[in-house]
Design a protein around this ligand. Structure first.
Ligand code: ZN
Length: 258
């Protein structure tokens, strides 16, 4: 049906379509510019944060610090949705390692990949042996601090916030835990948690001040979303790093929970 009126209509609808596409194209450069500016601002912010951290980091120079990303290999740790504890904590540990290297410290990671351990020794399936091996690695190199990184998951979703644990009875462990907890609370609000004492094999068997940092709850949807964000993981690494500086500078921290 080639009616002149229909041809006219068709022509008009094409024109309208073209104008809509054209208008969208006009916004495109602005969108790209906005994205570029945001990315630059984020990078700049991070660079400024790192510079501020490094200004006080002299106390970490030549300190041997054992960083232990929990789980790994066949042991995933806690899991919620697509988020797996062993991956989250490894990423945070590697970010912390970079900061420590930048500060002239000597970090040793008990694992640097999804493998159980970096020194070729694989002790899977035996949790006790595995934890003892992590402690032993830190003892063998005479680390001045042992810091194990984990993430929590509870059946209820309401719990949130990073929390640091230390071995009951260890005075230096408590002081280290309080220093890291104070920086986690200060740098990553909202968090009102306090350092907590407990009994943990990996802390019991290490000969130096030792803590477990639970970076947050995978079981809390808001915190899980933050933990999935590389920017937030970087800020967690920075808060832990800042806690180490606080510990070595002897700055008093709010007391642990009794
Ligand atoms: Zn864990």
């Amino acid at each position: 049906m080639s009616h002149p009126a229909r041809r006219l209509l068709l022509g008009r609808s094409h024109a309208v379509f073209f104008i809509v596409i054209h208008k969208r194209l006009l916004y495109l450069p602005f969108l790209l510019l906005f994205a570029a500016v945001s990315l630059y601002a984020m990078r700049w912010q991070q660079a400024m944060r790192t510079a501020t951290l490094m200004a006080d980091a002299g106390v970490l120079r030549q300190r041997t610090i054992a960083v232990d990303p929990g789980h790994g290999g066949p042991d995933p740790g806690a899991k919620r949705g697509g988020l797996v504890e062993k991956d989250v904590v490894l990423d945070i540990a590697l970010r912390l390692e970079r900061l420590l290297l930048q500060a002239g410290a000597e970090p040793l990671l008990t694992r640097r990949s999804d493998d159980e351990f970096t020194d070729g020794e694989r002790i899977s399936g035996n949790k006790k042996k595995e934890l003892s091996h992590r402690a032993e690695m830190a003892n063998r190199i005479n680390a001045q601090i042992f810091l194990s990184v984990h993430a929590n998951a509870f059946p209820e979703s309401k719990w949130h916030g990073a929390q640091v644990f230390y071995q009951r009875g260890s005075e230096e462990g408590r002081r280290l835990a309080e220093a890291i907890q104070a920086e986690l609370v200060r740098m990553l609000p909202p968090n009102r948690r306090r350092a907590l004492a407990g009994d943990f094999r990996v802390l019991r068997e290490t000969k130096m001040p030792a803590v477990i940092v639970e970076v947050g709850f995978l079981s809390n949807p808001q915190e899980a979303a933050r933990l999935a964000d590389p920017n937030y993981r970087q800020r967690l690494a920075e808060a832990i790093f800042s806690g180490l500086i606080r510990y070595y500078r002897g700055i008093p921290s709010p007391p642990a929970a009794s």
